[in-house]
Design a protein around this ligand. Structure first.
Ligand code: DQA
Length: 140
C-alpha cells in the first residue's frame, strides 16, 4: 500500500498548542509512530503538514497521480470551510479517512460540520493521536 498522511493548519504546533485539547505529543512524535507502523507492515507512507489550503490540494492531486491508495487527512480548521479540499478529494479515487484529535462533535457548533466528511470513507474523532493509527488499520 501507498499512503499519504496530510496534516492541516496549526498542527505543526502540536505539543504546545492547547495541550488540554490536542495532547502533549508533537507532530514528529505522531509521524514517527506512523512511519514505524507502516515499516512493520511494509507500507510506503509519506506524512506532510501544511498551513496552506492550496498546498494541501496540491498534495492530494499528487496522490491522485502517484498510485497512493489511502489518504489519511486531518484538515484541521479547513474541515469546516474548504469546498476546495473536498473537491480535490472527490477527484482522488482511493480510500480517504478523516482524523480529528478532538471530538469535534462535543465542541463549538461551527466544528460539527465537515466538508471532508462528505467524501471520507471513515471519520475518526476524539481518540487523540491514536486515531491516526486506527486510520491505518483500515488497510488490514
Ligand atoms: C482538529 C479540530 C478542528 O476543529 C480544529 O480546527 C483543528 C484540529 C482536531 O484534530 O481535533 O485545528 O481537526
Amino acid at each position: 500500500h501507498k499512503i499519504l498522511v496530510l496534516h492541516g493548519p496549526n498542527l505543526n504546533l502540536l505539543g504546545t498548542r492547547q495541550p488540554e485539547i490536542y495532547g502533549h505529543e508533537t507532530l514528529d512524535d505522531i509521524n514517527n509512530r506512523l512511519y514505524e507502523k507502516a515499516a512493520v507492515n511494509g507500507w510506503d507512507i509519506v506524512c506532510r503538514q501544511s498551513n496552506h489550503e492550496g498546498e494541501l490540494i496540491d498534495a492530494i492531486q499528487e496522490a491522485r497521480m502517484n498510485g497512493t491508495d489511502l489518504i489519511v487527512i486531518n484538515p484541521a480548521a479547513y474541515s469546516h470551510t474548504s469546498v476546495a479540499i473536498l473537491d480535490a478529494l472527490n477527484a482522488f479515487e482511493g480510500k480517504v479517512v478523516e482524523v480529528h484529535l478532538s471530538n469535534i462533535h462535543k465542541r463549538e457548533t461551527f466544528r460539527h460540520h465537515s466538508y471532508v466528511a462528505m467524501r471520507a470513507d471513515g471519520v475518526i474523532a476524539g481518540l487523540g493521536s491514536h486515531g491516526y493509527l486506527v486510520a491505518l488499520d483500515s488497510l488490514s
